[in-house]
Write a protein that binds this ligand. Structure first.
Ligand SMILES: Cc1cc2nc3c(=O)[nH]c(=O)nc-3n(C[C@H](O)[C@H](O)[C@H](O)COP(=O)(O)O)c2cc1C
Length: 192
């Protein structure tokens, strides 16, 4: 089982990093092969809405997103990690998501599998936010992520959402959240 981890945080060594690391550890313990993409290390332009992908389902912009497409296609499961930024995913991750308009074209216009085959892929979200728990804190982000996974024909299978985490190390004060991330990673693989 090949797990692709997409890290949308621009802060290295921060909360998302640590939770994703634990999730990956759990997945590896259960036998997964993993690959991690740190989105802020990649050069990914925003979608130009040029509509070139409507013809062949390929994006014509030649940047690091071309490698991301290959990783998405190769994955059996995908875990996305992002801090809340203005109530949704980070801008870096949003650029990656928008560039999957090419997958949207494949699925809804060309009627072909968005990731090239009809494998049963699973998706999971990890997110942290600085604000204390308020109703619907993660709601906007969840809509974006669930729409993204649906477009890729990836079944949404769970989330770990942690409010009240702001400073770089805050998550270290929550060993139960790190443990939960490990367990979720292990379970995702064991149930696949
Ligand atoms: C640009 C920016 C926007 C943010 N917007 C929100 C927000 O809307 N809601 C929230 O709860 N936290 C917000 N935060 C706080 C981060 O979600 C929080 O610090 C988080 O722990 C960062 O995670 P990281 O260490 O993985 O990058 C924002 C932080 C930044 C830098």
């Amino acid at each position: 089982m090949r797990l692709l981890a997409i890290n949308g945080s621009p802060r290295r060594g921060g909360n998302t990093d640590r939770l994703l690391e634990k999730f990956i550890e759990g997945a590896v313990r259960a036998g997964a092969e993993t690959r991690t993409l740190v989105v802020c290390d990649l050069k990914i332009e925003g979608c130009r809405h040029c509509d070139a992908c409507l013809a062949k389902g390929q994006c014509m912009v030649q940047d690091d997103m071309q490698g991301v497409y290959r990783e998405l296609e190769a994955a059996d499961s995908i875990v996305i990690g992002s801090p809340l930024h203005f109530m949704s995913v980070s801008a870096q991750l949003k650029a990656l998501i928008d560039r999957c308009q090419a997958m949207w074209s494949r699925k809804y216009v060309l009627k072909i599998p968005p990731l090239g085959d009809v494998r049963q892929r699973k998706g999971f979200l990890i997110s942290v936010g600085g604000r204390r728990s308020i109703p619907n804190l993660f709601e906007a982000e969840l809509v974006t992520i669930k729409t993204f996974f649906r477009t890729l024909d990836v079944s949404y299978c769970g989330e770990l959402l942690i409010p009240g985490i702001d400073a770089r190390d805050d998550i270290m004060k929550h060993p139960e959240a790190l443990e939960k991330a490990f367990e979720e990673g292990r379970e995702l693989v064991e149930k696949s």
